[in-house]
Design a protein around this ligand. Structure first.
Ligand code: C2E
Ligand code: MG
Ligand code: MG
Ligand code: MG
Length: 292
């Protein structure tokens, strides 16, 4: 009986593996086709200056519009894309999308802002990346100053030696670099000052409990001081409440991104925000209340 049982178990185990592998392959094949069929979209989440309430930028976030399943968030396919190498054509498509959308944002009558996109770690090893991005921008008639890249702190720290050349080339081109999810990646502070980075983006995990006296408040204060000391911009992401925003303003972080202001918007909805004759749809002005 024991032998039978364990044989059963082995069989079940194999069957599970099989199904897992098969659905993974299906997803990979589907994602490959989605890229070919241009089923990826970029949605844009506003970045806001908490002092003036003005739109200061936006982050482009990829979504996969599957004909059957609808809109699929990046957490469901970016890790697979990274494992399978599909991240290369995927990123190329994201770059095409952001250039096409930036051209629309620069149409007469609109006040364009700088837009960022996320770049996966492995691509920083590709020395051709800066030139490819520069080519895309110039053939769309855009300036490198229109684009920012977000790179996770974790990705940078895992590749300290190999990515410096790529980052420096991007920096020389005038493309801004923001260190995403900052505070979660065990930075070597010594290295930080030597990298051509423009901005630290405070991870949303630290933002969650701000204003409640939690220990994270000390971490955020330290990141703001670090940014100031190194001459970097600082922005906080994942701001959902007025309390979080007010705390950040009172502690020197005035650039904000989060649901408090706006969720990521479809391209056309975002384009409407660039028509400055209309007031922004958010009414949060947290830095004013921080002062009063
Ligand atoms: P991220 O770059 O840190 O982006 C922030 C994520 O937080 C986004 O999720 C955004 O929608 C979400 N978010 C924004 N404000 C709030 C808030 O107030 N509360 C909460 N709870 N969440 C908020 P999203 O769009 O699902 O993207 C997840 C991650 O996928 C991104 O994290 C980024 O690492 C990755 N990603 C997105 N687009 C791309 C892309 O084009 N290429 C690559 N390589 N990665 C991407
Ligand atoms: Mg990001
Ligand atoms: Mg982030
Ligand atoms: Mg994050």
């Amino acid at each position: 009986a024991t032998a039978c049982q364990s044989a059963d178990k082995v069989q079940t185990y194999h069957r599970d593996l099989d199904i897992g592998e098969r659905s993974r392959l299906t997803l990979e094949a589907r994602l490959r086709r989605a890229i070919d069929q241009h089923e990826l979209e970029l949605w844009y989440q506003p970045k806001v200056d908490g002092r003036s309430g003005r739109l200061i930028g936006a982050e482009g976030l990829v979504r996969w519009r599957d004909p059957k399943e609808g809109l699929i968030p990046p957490g469901h396919f970016i890790p697979l894309a990274e494992e399978t190498g599909l991240i290369v054509p995927l990123t190329n498509q994201v770059l095409d999308l952001v250039c096409a959308d930036l051209s629309l944002m620069h149409a007469p009558g609109l006040s364009p802002v700088k837009v960022s996109v996320n770049i996966s770690a492995a691509q920083l090893d590709d020395e051709r990346l800066p030139e490819e991005i520069a080519q895309r921008l110039s053939s769309a008639g855009l300036s490198p100053l229109d684009l920012e890249l977000e790179i996770t702190e974790r990705a940078l720290m895992a590749r300290l030696d190999s990515v410096l050349g790529t980052l420096s080339a991007l920096h020389r081109l005038g493309i801004s670099l923001s260190l995403d999810d900052f505070g979660t990646g065990y930075s070597s502070l010594g290295y930080l000052g030597r990298f051509p980075i423009d901005e630290l983006k405070i991870d949303q995990s630290f933002v969650r409990d701000l204003g409640t006296g939690a220990a994270d408040e000390m971490v955020v204060r330290a990141i703001v001081a670090l940014a100031r000391g190194l001459g970097l911009w600082v922005i906080a992401e994942g701001i959902e409440t007025q309390e979080q925003a007010t705390w950040l303003c009172a502690n020197g972080c005035e650039w904000h991104q989060g649901y408090l202001y706006s969720r990521p918007l479809e391209r056309d909805a975002f384009l409407q925000l660039l028509d400055r004759r209309a007031p922004p749809p958010w009414n949060a002005l947290p830095c004013l209340s921080a002062r009063s």
